[in-house]
Design a protein around this ligand. Structure first.
Ligand code: AMP
Length: 217
């Protein structure tokens, strides 16, 4: 039996942070579409070049490209027993495609934790976010600052602000989420796999709530 978990929630809800934590705890790979795009961008691959303009504007990369990329990632051996999907699906077409991909693997989506956070908190969280270019660790200037200004606690690298964490792009990302992704909450509710989690709590408390729900599966 495999276990596939889809993390749902607006940008800034803490999906990525939580997905990493539960992936480590439960021993499944963390499959983040955003991380794969960023990795390609860094390595200047064809896929990276294609995704860059969309990402910098806070728009979605076209479905066909994104679906092919995730299909390829899920076909790797480490996903045989399951995976924690973060940032995918984001559109109805991607959700349909994921059902097909998993059916071909004789698998299905087991649970969809929806991390809910009020809009006012999201904007504050996203615009104060700083990332380490080396290890990917994320900080927040107000809620989780590094020990030394703009320097990664882990490896001492200089932190940067992701192009899409800049204020004008953040507003667009939230709008795109409302227009294209929010409907997936209904979609998964109808499939009886959605569980709402309060994301407006301390990081560790959100993880505890998530693990409680996941361990009941
Ligand atoms: P994230 O780190 O998940 O916020 O993703 C960063 C950016 O990558 C998004 O704003 C999109 O431009 C692109 N992206 C990530 N996942 C997807 C997806 N499932 N569909 C389309 N674009 C995506």
């Amino acid at each position: 039996m495999s276990t596939f978990i889809v993390m749902l929630g607006p940008p800034g809800a803490g999906k990525g942070t939580q997905a990493k934590r539960i992936a480590q705890e439960l021993g499944y790979p963390h499959v983040s579409s955003g991380d794969i795009f960023r990795e390609n961008l860094k390595n200047k691959t064809e896929l990276g070049k294609l995704a860059e303009t969309y990402m910098n504007r806070g728009e979605l990369v076209p479905d066909d490209v994104t679906i092919a990329m995730i299909k390829n990632r899920l076909s790797r051996e480490d996903c045989d027993d399951g995976a924690i999907l973060d940032g995918f699906p984001r559109t109805a077409a991607q959700a349909e495609a994921l059902n097909r991909i998993l059916a071909e693997m004789d698998a299905q989506i087991d649970i969809v934790p929806y991390i809910n956070v009020p809009d006012s908190v999201l904007i504050k969280r996203l615009t104060g976010r700083w990332t380490c270019p080396v290890c990917g660790h994320m900080y927040h200037e107000e809620f989780n600052p590094p020990k030394e200004d703009l320097t990664c606690d882990v490896d001492g690298a200089e932190l940067y602000q992701r192009e899409d964490d800049k204020p004008e792009t953040v507003k667009n990302r939230i709008q795109v989420y409302r227009d294209q992704t929010q409907s997936l909450i209904d979609y998964y509710q109808k499939q009886d796999v959605l569980v709402e989690i309060n994301g407006n709590q301390e990081i560790g408390t959100v993880t505890t709530d998530l693990l409680k729900v996941l361990n009941q599966e």
